[in-house]
Design a protein around this ligand. Structure first.
Ligand SMILES: [Zn+2]
Length: 448
């Protein structure tokens, strides 16, 4: 089927909320039948919670069911290798595994059946299409290709739209530059950290202006950053390209939310395969999805064979920006603020490292946007002031004034006290995959 000009799946992307809820209810009822019949993991969980299949009658009954956490999935995999007690299909029906890129512990594998993979391809393609990917595009994939959930899935999705996929991978800036030049690529898929790193690399190593390479679309994801106004402005200026971002989850689907060219938050693109809730992370209460709602994103699979998950806590902290858009998509729009794991608490105030970077980046061009928060003791509680190291550009003459201004703005914006140390441009480490905004000095006291 040929897509219409604006949407890959018009029927679902522009559906009324009422129709979506009806569809989700029908699919969830079937998914629960499947869990009760096939998932040993959920059979145990439901028994422990005293829940039977009869407890689900309408969509809002979902909130009666317990959450699933990443720790449970890890334990399940450890006690029931290779893929865990939570896989609900035959091992012989699994055609591929991915793993989450979590920084803690062993890799956590996620399997897909042929049908799961087909759904992932469609959902991921829909998300790229929402971001403006079209058949005529040539896309440099400068992100992970192997176990990374948005590697091979992006290949399948981008190819399915008919665009040209160029598998570069990570840590290969020379190859990426050559491919952009020789193939006249117009798009790139990467993390915002890499887009920042690569722009500097092109200037330094190739003595070229990245904005003159001809990239017009940057599809970013895998970490917050591209949606932060100051970071986005700098990336767009560096590359002369439109920057949009996507958000997914290794255990659920590669890209579930993505931004349309309006660039005003990521649309929920997956309502026919995933049910998204926003909860209060402390009380666990499900919040109404309306403008301004802030909380943790929770996913429920609606049509999954290998790893169907019910109320899976993502630890992604999000804010709903809007529930309508001039592009005509009806999926609500959000921005991801950061991971609950990254959150710091100063005198009871929650602070995400990405928000600190946002404030510092807003001083561009006086700052480069590179920052590091230094923790002398394990978080999340931090004794004020928050220690922030930030790079200034060579042209700044009054460093004392700049330091004072940044500290003032952090206080005004984030309501916490910070102590800013300014260092010369190029001092802080660059990351080719995901950025590290926090340095734990207590882990390696000698290092800088
Ligand atoms: Zn839109």
């Amino acid at each position: 089927m040929m897509p219409s000009a604006e949407y890959l799946d018009r029927r679902i992307e522009t559906a009324d909320l009422k129709d979506i809820l009806q569809l989700q209810h029908a699919k969830l009822a079937k998914q629960l039948d499947y869990l009760f019949a096939r998932s040993l993991f959920y059979q145990d969980k439901f028994r422990a919670a005293g829940l039977g299949r009869r407890n689900y009658r309408r969509l809002r009954d979902l909130t009666l069911f317990p959450f699933t956490t990443k720790e449970e999935l890890r334990d399940s995999q450890a006690t029931h290798p290779p893929l865990g007690k939570h896989i609900a299909c035959e091992l012989g029906d699994v055609i591929r595994v991915h793993s989450s890129t979590g920084t803690t512990g062993k890799p956590s594998f996620v399997g897909v059946t042929r049908r799961d993979a087909r759904i992932w391809t469609r959902l991921t393609a829909r998300s790229f299409y929402t971001q403006g990917l079209r058949k005529s595009d040539i896309v440099i994939h400068a992100a992970g290709l192997t176990l990374f959930v948005a590697g091979l899935s992006s290949k399948d999705a981008i190819e399915s739209v008919g665009a040209l996929f160029v598998p570069i991978g990570t840590g290969a800036s020379e190859k990426a530059l050559m491919a952009i030049q020789l193939l006249k690529a117009n798009s790139m898929h990467c993390t915002p950290s890499y887009a920042t790193y690569f722009a500097e690399w092109v200037r330094r190593e190739a003595n070229l202006d990245p904005a003159e390479l001809g990239l017009k679309k940057l599809f970013c994801g895998a970490e917050p950053g591209a949606g932060i106004p100051a970071v986005r402005a700098k990336l767009q200026q560096d590359w002369g390209a439109r920057v949009t971002e996507g958000l997914g989850n290794a255990d659920m689907a590669p890209i579930i939310f993505s931004e349309c060219p309006e660039q005003s938050g990521m649309h929920f693109n997956g309502a026919d395969y995933v049910l998204a809730e926003i909860i209060d992370p402390e009380s666990g209460e499900s919040l109404p999805v309306e403008k301004g709602a802030t909380g943790e994103l929770v996913y429920t699979s609606l049509e999954r064979e290998c790893v169907p998950l019910l109320r899976f806590r993502t630890r992604d902290r999000v804010t709903v920006l809007n529930t309508s858009c001039s592009c005509g998509r009806t999926g609500f729009k959000l921005r991801c603020i950061g991971r609950t794991d990254d959150m710091l608490i100063l005198l009871g105030v929650n602070v995400f490292p990405s928000a600190v970077r946002d404030v510092v980046s807003s001083f561009h061009p006086q700052t480069t946007g590179q920052i590091q928060i230094v923790l002398d003791e394990p978080g999340p509680k931090v004794a004020p002031p928050l220690k922030v190291v930030a790079e200034h550009s060579a042209s700044v003459s009054n460093l004392v004034e700049l330091k004072r201004e940044i500290e003032k703005k952090i206080k005004a914006t984030l309501t916490v006290s910070a102590s800013v140390t300014l260092v010369a441009s190029g001092t802080l480490p660059r990351y080719e995959m995901k950025g590290q905004l926090v340095r734990r000095s207590y882990e390696n006291p000698g290092s800088v």
